[in-house]
Design a protein around this ligand. Structure first.
Ligand SMILES: Cc1ncc(COP(=O)(O)O)c(C=O)c1O
Length: 390
């Protein structure tokens, strides 16, 4: 059989960290081990019933059996604008400031393709969500990492970026509430971001995947709430986490009209939008009562308290996350993140994500998912205890 070589762009793609993790886990499970998987970010609960019902009803409408409009139905763009008004008091023009995406992973890769050329620099958080790297590498641009350190509350320190890097930088990825550290951003950090982005003509891409999940009564800030944000960037919002719709593949990008225009241009070539019934159900989710979201947030907060309390009692050095559904645990002295994750799996069957998979500055930590039931987390705490005492 001929072996056709992959394009240079594909060869540049980084390893899919999560795929490698899952293979490792599956191999271990196949050997008959009793595994608890706290290493992945898949929401564990079903999509709220009223959203599912809306999809069922919409699926019967013949209008949705045809090709949908290229850029999505106007009603969904209007619903997104209304959602931002309701939730964040942000005004968006549905025609020019909202793009519909088949999941935010797709949008995040497309944004690099829209904004970068070979030789350009993209600033990425380190540790950070690995999918930011994929689009940057495909384009042949250069990635520069912005370390997220505990002493800076896991926010990048812009004073550490040299002038040459700023001059070459065309875009910057940010993500608060943060995966994997669980940190949140405050208004003064976003103000600084806007000032730097404006000064250096850098497009800010704020990934707001965990926007609905903030703890201790603090609602996470939308980047769009800040004055001048639309001038310098966009916000990517997925429905995967807010409404447990990860399998549905629905997200949107809001903000700077030139970036929205570029995204819609690239999508004209990649896709013919998204199944119309899914768009209608998404609109239902955005405009119905948001009580299901409050309940979800409360559930994650209870789980956080259970896990963090249990880990502290077992002698681990752990800070409660302020948002997202991840606990970022410092590994005990003498371990790398990979060795801790491997040893924990080998001796207790507990699977957590090694921090090194999220970038060099993820070293020294592992990420634990709160997307598991109270019973599973109680079992996990017991296994952590057993490991600490072994
Ligand atoms: C920070 C972050 N951004 C984006 C995504 C992708 O979300 P989706 O592709 O489901 O919209 C995830 C998923 O885990 C994430 O953690």
């Amino acid at each position: 059989m001929k072996q056709f070589p992959q394009s240079k762009a594909l060869q540049r793609l980084p390893d899919q960290f999560f795929a490698t993790l899952v293979n490792k886990l599956n191999a271990f499970e196949t050997k008959g081990h009793d595994v608890l998987n706290l290493g992945q970010g898949n929401p564990d609960q079903p999509t709220p019933g009223h959203i599912v019902k809306s999809l069922q009803e919409a699926a019967e409408k013949p209008v949705y059996h045809k090709y949908p409009p290229f850029h999505g139905f106007d009603f969904l763009k209007k619903s997104v604008a209304e959602y931002y008004k309701n939730e964040y008091d942000v005004d968006l023009d549905p025609n020019t400031e909202v793009a519909i995406m088949p999941g935010s992973k797709t949008g995040l890769v497309e944004l690099s393709q829209c904004l970068l050329d070979p030789g350009d620099v993209a600033l990425v958080p380190d540790p950070g969500y690995p999918d930011y790297w994929s689009g940057i590498e495909m384009v042949g641009a250069t990635m520069k990492s912005m370390p997220l350190l505990a002493e800076n509350q896991f926010l990048p320190d812009y004073d550490q970026i040299d002038e040459d890097t700023w001059n070459k930088a065309k875009m910057m990825f940010l993500n608060y509430p943060n995966n994997p550290t669980g940190a949140v951003a405050d208004a003064s950090f976003f103000e600084k971001t806007i000032a730097e982005a404006d000064k250096h003509d850098v497009c800010v891409v704020h990934d707001f995947a965990y926007g609905a999940i903030g703890f201790d009564g603090e609602k996470p800030l939308s980047f769009m709430q800040m004055e001048g944000a639309k001038e310098v960037g966009v916000e990517v919002y997925t429905m995967s986490k807010t409404y447990n719709m990860a399998g549905w593949r629905m997200a949107f990008v809001v903000g700077n009209p030139s970036v929205i225009n570029a995204l819609e241009l690239i999508q004209d070539h990649y896709f013919c939008s998204i199944f119309g019934a899914l768009q209608e159900a998404s609109s239902t989710a955005l405009l119905s009562s948001q009580k299901c979201v409050k309940d979800l947030r409360d559930t994650y907060e209870t789980r956080r308290d259970l896990l963090v309390g249990g880990l502290e009692a077992a002698g681990y050095n752990v800070q409660p996350c302020k948002g997202s559904f991840f606990v970022w645990l410092k590994v005990p002295e003498g371990y790398t993140s990979q060795k801790f994750a491997d040893d924990l799996l080998e001796s207790t069957g507990l699977f957590v994500a090694p921090g090194i998979g999220f970038g060099d500055h993820g070293e020294g930590y592992v990420r634990i998912g709160l997307n598991n039931s109270n019973e599973t987390l109680e079992d996990a705490v017991e296994r952590f205890k057993q490991f600490a005492n072994s």
